[in-house]
Each structure stands twice: as structure tokens, then as C-alpha cells.
Design a protein around this ligand. Structure first.
Ligand code: TXA
Ligand code: MG
Length: 318
């Protein structure tokens, strides 16, 4: 049984799991999160694998304090007001990611922004403190199921896929955090959640505009533009490298090339490949190459999400 009562000792063990790159489910004031070291790409990839997510949605980064958040994100004055009013608590801010941040690219699915919050739950806080790492944590359910509000829900949904589930009893809100884009000075509500929009608006003394909720819908071409897309033309399913192309390889059977090449995983490990994907696309793009030839990636496990992202990168843009 992976469920353990969240004693000090259990939290210490969970923190060790996190530092070693393993997954830990833990309670927050909203729902249970499936957490991993947000600076460890393979650990973050393992979250997507365990959830069975067909796509790489950007995840929420959990930190212990405002000052912790400031090491990863650019705080606008709007963001500072919101953080001071609602943190710790169930408000997530989308902010511009700082260049110095060591968060894995996979956490933000290659975006230039990150979603970050300081949870108001003693167990979440103790875990963050003991691990000494920011935690990437989506809700701890299989993709397409409802968010878990009890440790048993996590066990039923994820079972063996998560090494340790810290049991802190039922969560207080039972509803995910409210997400506000605070990258500019005009707040945009991205996801309604545990903090009512009206409460935020009364603190700010202004109304928020509402973005279309894109949670489980496929990204439209318009939203695609907001995702990191390489300048280089991306060619999928490549078994050779054409003139002027860089190679994004996978596995051990790689065509020879004199140009730039990055292998997502020489051993053909899809978790390793997912962890490397966004950084590799960026690095090849930065060589100034005209095109990127991408070797075929099997459409299994995380391969489905990797291929989804690659298809978006290859989609024609205007
Ligand atoms: O209450 C919660 O927020 C829970 C607990 C565990 O903290 N977490 C949670 O995470 O709901 P998740 O991964 O299920 O939801 C993340 C949401 C997604 O809708 C995603 O699109 C959005 O956050 N998101 C993350 N990064 C974003 C970004 N850079 N820009 C816009 N939306 C972002
Ligand atoms: Mg969720």
C-alpha cells in the first residue's frame, strides 16, 4: 500500500523521493497533487507518463514562499499585489519565466511563461521545505478523470504509478486553484477555481477579463502561436537528413549527418525523450538551421504526447 499518513518521518521520506526524481502524491488545500522536482526533466516527464496525458499541458509549479517564486518568475506589480493578498492560498499566477530559472522546460511545455503558486497546506509546505525543490504538480488523477480530494482517490486512479501517497485527509476546497495571468498589468482569469473571481476583483478594485478555458480542448492554431514554435521548418518521420537540416534523433539507429544533431534518447527511452524535447528543439533552432528533421517516435506511452507536440511544431504557420 503506497498510502502513508503524513507524519514528519513520512514527509522526510517523501522529500527524499522528490530529490531522487521520483513521484510523490501530496495534499494541498485544493486537491491532491502528483508532485515531482520541477527542475528535473525526467521526473516531470514521469508525471505525464503516470497521468497518461496524451498532451504536454503546462503544469503548476509549487513553491514555499513569494521569495521562492521570485527566483523563477518576473513579478509585475499586479502579480505582487495578488501574491501578497492571496498567498499562501489557492491562487495560481501565470508570469513570465526568468532566464535564470532552473525549472525544466517540460514544466511549462516550452512556453515563456510559468504557472506558479504557494499552497496553503501544512503538509505541502513541509514537503516543499524538506525537499528544497520547487514541485511541479498537476492534480493526481489519471487524465480525463476528476481531481482527487482524498488519498484513496489517488490510490484508485494511479495505484502503482506513484511510489508514495501522503495522506492528509480530505482537502479543504475540493476544487482546483484559480489561475490568473498577471504577466501584464491587466489581470486575465484563465481558470475559475477556489478563489472566487469576485474576491480577486474586489481586492484589485477592478474587473478581470476572462480567457476562454482551454483546459481539455485541443489547442487551436491561434493558441498554437502562443506556444514555443521553432523558426526552423520541422519535418517529421525523417529517415534521412537533407541538406541544411539539423537532426532530432531518437534511438540507436541514427542516419549519419555532418550538421547539428541531438538525440532525444539514444536508448529509445520515451521518458528521457520527453524530458529532453523542448530544450532540444530550442537548441537546434538556435543553431540557425533552416530545417529540423525529426526521426519517427513510436506512438506509445509518452510517445503520443511527444508526437502531438512535434506535430504542432511542424504545423504550417502564417
Ligand atoms: O489546485 C491546483 O491548481 C492543483 C493543485 C495540485 O495545486 N493543480 C492543478 O494542476 O490543477 P493542473 O496541472 O491540473 O492544472 C494546470 C493548469 C492547466 O489548465 C494549464 O493549462 C494551466 O494550469 N497552466 C499551466 N501553465 C500555464 C501557463 N504558462 N500559461 C497558461 N496556463 C497555464
Ligand atoms: Mg487537473
Amino acid at each position: 500500500m503506497a498510502i502513508v499518513k503524513a507524519t514528519d518521518g513520512a514527509i522526510r521520506i517523501a522529500a527524499e523521493h522528490v530529490r531522487e526524481g521520483r513521484l510523490v502524491a501530496f495534499p494541498t488545500e485544493t486537491v491532491y497533487g502528483l508532485g515531482a522536482d520541477a527542475t528535473n526533466g525526467k521526473a516531470v516527464a514521469a508525471i505525464f507518463d503516470a497521468k497518461g496525458r496524451p498532451r504536454f499541458n503546462p503544469l503548476i509549479v509549487h513553491v514555499a514562499s513569494i521569495s521562492g517564486a521570485k527566483t523563477h518568475a518576473e513579478f509585475t506589480s499586479l502579480a505582487l499585489r495578488l501574491a501578497e493578498a492571496f498567498w499562501p492560498g489557492p491562487l495560481t499566477l501565470v508570469l513570465k519565466r526568468r532566464a535564470e530559472s532552473d525549472l525544466s522546460d517540460l514544466v511549462s511545455a516550452g512556453l515563456e511563461t510559468i504557472a506558479i503558486r504557494v499552497p496553503d497546506h501544512p503538509i505541502a509546505q513541509a514537503l516543499l521545505e524538506a525537499a528544497g525543490r520547487p514541485l511541479a504538480a498537476p492534480s493526481a488523477n489519471r487524465s480525463g478523470r476528476v481531481s482527487p480530494t482524498q488519498a484513496q482517490h489517488v490510490q484508485m486512479d494511479l495505484g502503482e504509478r506513484v511510489g508514495l501517497i501522503l495522506d492528509g485527509g480530505p482537502t479543504a476546497h475540493g476544487l482546483e486553484s484559480t489561475i490568473v495571468d498577471a504577466t501584464g498589468e491587466a489581470p486575465v482569469l484563465l481558470r475559475p477555481g477556489a478563489v472566487p473571481a469576485e474576491t480577486i476583483e474586489s481586492v484589485l478594485g477592478r474587473t478581470m477579463s476572462r480567457a476562454v478555458d482551454v483546459r481539455d480542448k485541443p489547442l487551436s492554431p491561434g493558441q498554437l502561436a502562443s506556444h514555443y514554435a521553432p523558426e526552423a521548418k520541422v519535418r517529421l518521420g525523417a529517415t534521412d537528413v537533407r541538406e541544411g537540416e539539423a537532426l532530432l534523433a531518437f534511438g540507436c539507429d541514427v542516419p549519419t549527418t555532418a550538421g547539428p544533431m541531438i538525440n532525444l534518447s539514444p536508448t529509445g527511452d520515451l521518458i528521457e525523450a520527453a524530458a529532453n524535447l523542448f530544450a532540444a528543439l530550442r537548441a537546434l533552432d538556435q543553431t540557425g538551421t533552416k530545417g529540423i528533421a525529426v526521426m519517427p517516435i513510436p506512438e506509445q506511452g509518452l510517445g503520443e504526447a511527444i508526437n502531438d507536440r512535434l506535430r504542432r511544431a511542424a504545423a504550417p504557420r502564417s
